[in-house]
Ligand binder design. Sequence first.
Ligand SMILES: [Zn+2]
Length: 230
Amino acid sequence: MKFLTIKKAHCASILVILVAICSVACICYAVKATSSPKALYTIVIDAGHGGRDGGAVGRTTEVTESYLNLQFALKLKSICEEYGFNVVLTRKDMNGLYSAFATNKKRSEMEKRMEIIEEANPDLVVSIHMNSFSTSEARGAQVFYAETHSEYEEFAQKVQDALNAKIDYAKKTAKSSDFYVINTTPIPSILVECGFLSNPEEEALLVSEEYQKDFCYVLFYGILSYFSVR
Ligand SMILES: [Zn+2]
């Protein structure tokens, strides 16, 4: 097949990932068992956009980025919780995070995201987005770190490496960017553009429940690299 959703040896690869996940997760549980019933680490998963801000739109299906961001965030949350992490979502449904009375809805939304992150005081923030470009050729998942926090470049690259190893067309290099959430919070954070809604083939993958789940497992494996070196 020309366009594979996940690179060759899919099943074997996922098995290897799960073994690796289990080894780190076991450490997590072992420490938990001897200290506190609470999860050892907290991750904020930040689904971008919401409400009247749908973000990018799929060219074929007209699916909104805000919907897909939420689907990916919910699946990533389930996986993280499955392996003992405490997860806080900034957005749990399709409603926007802005105040209905705010004149500047974007600012209100961003302030709410930061408020949730500050309250959760997590170890890590993972912001989820879908990309779009003016031409349909662009495709591939990419990880961003804050240009104000170059110390997280190495971690972002490890997540990028995990995606690149398993996801077709994923970019090779993580990039810095001035995205508001990851630039504003002092907490270690990355933003993941899971793929391009402007590319019809990638759009077809991104709307697939199975692809979303596989992608989130690979993303989780990449995220574990942060906790394994702390
Ligand atoms: Zn976005």
